[in-house]
Design a binder for this molecule. Sequence first.
Ligand SMILES: [Zn+2]
Length: 210
Amino acid sequence: MYFSKTPAWIIRLFSGLTWRIPEEKPVIYLTFDDGPHPEITPWVLSLLKNYNAKATFFLIGKNVTLYPETALSIKAAKHLIGNHTFSHKDGWKTPLSVYMEDVQKGESVITPIIGTKPLWFRPPYGRLRFGQLRQVKKKYRIAMMDILCGDFDTTKDAAFCIRNIVENYQNGSIVVFHDSEKAFPRLRETLPAILTFCQENGIQCKKLPE
Ligand SMILES: [Zn+2]
């Protein structure tokens, strides 16, 4: 199970993590997990460009080694790239040393792409044990999320994802999408609809602060 909208008590309990960026103005932070993907990521990039939107991509290191050109094109389009581990390990099921190795391995393939160590990290599945959290926090800002749009959920449709974002967003919300094959049947309609919604309502789509 997962929360579409992260409850306030979780945000209070894990206040060392970034769930939302305080913003006075209408801004949302679009984030895309699990890429790069050789077809879906370029599709996302071209849509973002059409709407003059910026976003943050949390890349899986293994996918960067498979599709380095796609990863480079994210950087070239001036979006932000964060670390999403090398092999998408579930923190709840992974011992600390193995987890930290995977974080490091992800970092080592992303760093040459962006020319510097990534600043932001997002744990796969949003799951971290406290020990992992302590270690990762020494090196990274940890981006959690205010809204999981649900594009990865094969029991949902795009209408659900769109409604979820439109009804729940607030200024500074961090919204999670996935540039993955699994999510694409929903992403295909959700992303253009959300970008149009933002444009019509004067909401700026930004990448996470650097
Ligand atoms: Zn992921």
